[in-house]
Design a protein around this ligand. Structure first.
Ligand code: NAD
Length: 548
């Protein structure tokens, strides 16, 4: 399909500097003639596959993933189609570069690596002007904003304005993994200052050079932001990302029923964990409603998963009280019990009516969980005593150390398999290599949020959903779990391989879209025929379009 001339296609050098339209060496002879490009390009005319080959050669020549990250960022700034062609050519290779773990290092060095701005920077000193700032964005139809305050970037803490790397990377995956067309996405940083001394003292730091504001000031600023988004981009879904734990929980509660929004750290994590549990149950052959879950770590990620598990158990017919009683939390003070003086509101529903326990292995012995889920940031927290206790109690103990990065993982895959004599059903938050044990090879899965948020984005985009609900996250989890083959399960793998991420997302997105239509949350007509075909028809494909 050609782009009509009237759509004000820039000419000459201006066209080469427009990342969305630029084809670089792939401009055809006719386009070069018609668009004033003759002489601005070498005579050779490539196709996209040849350009891909050249980009791969250049990426191979780099010696570190950070250099590859910088190369890919520049490609995104100069030739968006080729950038996505590269990413989608080998997701298992490129996702860890544009997103975790490399993006973490890129954020830490953001002020030093900075070349060209991307996204919107909205600082607290611009209060009262947010609509004007949103109008500065060149696109008028924005469907997704990923917004961070930069206060809890991955496991790295407060990185202030350097956190912008996260919305950028996340939205690249909305497109590369989920298929959301990139022109509808907007990375955004709310710069509310930083308490990171190192950054405040760094002459190359690019953010607001002041300490973070208090909760009330932040909340009223976010309120202005959310209203401004509603006014300027009425079809936009806001994804909150990497906010400090309490802010994350508070803001989600404030907006989840009022606007189209979600928090990936809470809800996306929960859906990914639920997907892992659902696949694991295909191995153990037991229903969800008979499980007992013990969480090690009782923060926003753990309680988000706990809430979604309750919801999923209720969907299976279990009364809410009984579902809650099947979940226990254990934090730095020990088992969360009802007699504790201080606890967060979001922990209260899971507080146990029993005597305090301060040792995790004893908690396992007494509560007899079928699954232990680590979200504590404590490397080695699932020690041999804990895992052996799980193996004594369960034929197939479910062991999910989800803390990141790898050094914080509560146990390694090797420990889980060897201390359970190969009976563990295992997935980690970080990637682990295959494990040989007892003559078998186990392939550890990674509970990576990337299985869910791009699918959620694609489903919301394709249906114009008005809200993002827990039911939609449960549907996404079921969709991911359905993509795991019997052979994967036989190898111990409870998440689909990242190499097949696009197929997984499209399937999960169609399950979510089904739910959106069923609940009357869509703003488009339900298409005739197969929903998955419809999702595929709406998905972005990185290919050049004729400009003449
Ligand atoms: P958080 O700070 O909100 O919660 C951490 C919890 O761990 C708190 O309840 C704290 O009391 C508890 N804890 C700390 N030290 C402990 C100790 N010694 N013993 C017992 N409990 C202890 O953090 P969060 O946002 O909930 O994230 C927790 C971890 O989960 C991080 O490592 C994060 O990277 C990881 N995470 C992984 C995924 C994923 O794999 N998909 C998603 C989200 C978060």
């Amino acid at each position: 399909m050609g782009v009509p001339r009237s759509a004000s296609v820039p000419r000459g050098a201006g066209l080469l500097h427009d990342p969305r339209l630029n084809k670089s060496s792939a401009f055809t002879e006719a386009e070069r003639e018609a668009l004033g490009l003759v002489g601005l390009l070498p005579e050779g005319v490539d196709d996209l596959d040849t350009q891909l080959r050249r980009a791969l050669v250049q990426l191979d020549a780099k010696t570190t993933d950070l250099e590859r990250y910088i190369y890919l960022s520049q490609l995104q700034d100069t030739d968006e189609t080729l950038f996505y062609r590269v990413l989608m050519s080998d997701p298992a290779r490129f996702m860890p570069i544009v997103y975790t773990p490399t993006v973490g290092e890129a954020c830490q060095k953001f002020g030093h690596l900075f070349r060209r701005p991307r996204g919107l920077y909205v600082s607290i000193k611009r209060r009262g002007h947010l609509r004007e700032i949103l109008r500065n964005w060149p696109e008028r139809d924005v469907r997704f904003i990923v917004v961070t305050s930069g206060e809890r970037i991955l496991g790295l803490g407060d990185l202030g304005a350097n956190g912008m790397g996260i919305p950028i990377g996340k939205l690249a995956l909305y497109t590369a993994a989920g298929g959301v067309p990139p022109q509808y996405t907007l990375p955004l940083l709310i710069d509310a200052g930083t308490d990171n001394e190192e950054l405040l003292g760094d002459p190359l730091y690019l953010g607001l050079r002041q300490r973070r504001c208090g909760d009330d000031e932040l909340d009223s600023f976010v309120d202005e932001f959310v209203k401004a988004v509603q006014q300027e981009f009425p079809r936009c879904c806001i994804q909150f990302e990497d906010w400090a734990g309490n802010d994350a929980v508070r803001l989600l509660e404030r907006y989840r029923d009022k606007v189209c929004c979600f928090n990936d750290d809470i809800q996306g994590t929960a859906a990914v964990a639920l997907a892992g549990v659902l696949s694991a149950l295909r191995i153990t052959g037991t229903p969800l409603g008979l499980q007992r879950f013990l969480f090690f770590g009782a923060g926003s990620a753990a309680t988000g998963i706990a809430e979604l598990l309750v919801r999923a158990m209720r969907d299976e017919g279990l009364p809410a009280d009984e579902a809650r009683s099947r979940i226990a939390l254990f934090d730095r003070k020990g088992l969360v019990t009802a007699d504790r003086e201080a606890m967060h509101d979001y922990q209260r529903p899971f507080a146990q009516r029993r005597a305090p326990i301060t040792d995790l292995a004893s908690a396992v012995e007494q509560l007899r969980p079928t699954a232990i889920i680590g979200l504590s940031t404590v490397g080695g927290g699932f020690d041999r005593r804990v895992i052996e206790a799980m193996a004594r109690i369960n034929e197939r103990p479910m062991i999910f150390p989800y803390s990141n990065p790898t050094s914080r993982s509560e146990c390694t895959a090797e420990e889980a398999y060897s201390w359970t004599e190969g009976r563990a059903v295992f997935a980690g938050g970080s990637p682990f290599p295959p494990v040989r044990y007892g003559g078998r090879t186990f392939v550890p899965g990674q509970g990576n949020n990337v299985y869910v948020f791009p699918a959620m984005g694609m489903a919301v985009f394709a249906t114009g959903a008005e809200r993002v609900t827990d039911e939609m996250f449960i549907a996404s989890a079921a969709g991911v779990a359905e993509q795991i083959t019997e052979q994967d399960l036989g190898n111990g793998l409870i998440y689909p391989p990242i190499s097949a991420i696009h197929e997984t997302e499209i399937h999960a997105a169609s399950r979510v879209a089904e739910m959106i239509f069923a609940k009357g949350l869509a703003t488009v007509e339900r298409p005739q025929g197969d929903l998955q075909d419809y999702i595929v028809s709406q998905a972005y494909v990185p290919k050049y379009r004729s400009l003449v």
